[in-house]
Design a protein around this ligand. Structure first.
Ligand code: MN
Length: 139
């Protein structure tokens, strides 16, 4: 057994070109044992969210705390909370983040394919974030 102390864990802040607001990504995968998968614990401050993006091989999101929102091209905005799990299909365009007044923490799991997994798109507008439009069209 090997314990990796929290103080040794590395984290990074979400880049402004891919995230709106304050987002912290903690990679919790141990490379030597988990070569084929990437797992991040992601903290979103209230109102923070990703830009629109895709994952080549899909992604599983497991919400563990707070209140959040997920949007896709088909389904506008869906509210999510603790213990909810979302499966994003390979290539499905989507975004995820916190609720406006609440932070959110989820685990994000994807196959590891050397950083080629995520295809980034445009910023999520306030209308999209609030479920008022789906890709510019009122539902
Ligand atoms: Mn995603």
């Amino acid at each position: 057994m090997q314990v990796i102390k929290a103080a040794k864990m590395t984290y990074r802040l979400g880049e402004k070109k891919h995230f709106t607001g304050t987002v912290q990504l903690d990679e919790i995968t141990v490379k030597e044992f988990q070569a084929d998968v990437k797992v991040y614990r992601v903290f979103f401050a209230p109102g923070a969210r990703t830009y629109w993006h895709t994952h080549q091989e899909g992604q599983v999101l497991h919400i563990v705390a707070g209140m959040g929102r997920i949007g896709t091209l088909r389904e506008s905005m869906i509210e999510v909370g603790p213990d909810d799990v979302a499966y994003i299909c390979p290539g499905e365009k989507h975004w995820h983040g916190a609720a406006p007044e609440r932070s959110m923490i989820h685990f994000a799991t994807s196959p590891d394919n050397e950083g080629k997994d995520t295809g980034w798109g445009e910023e999520v507008t306030d209308d999209e974030y609030n479920g008022r439009v789906v890709r510019g069209v009122k539902p």
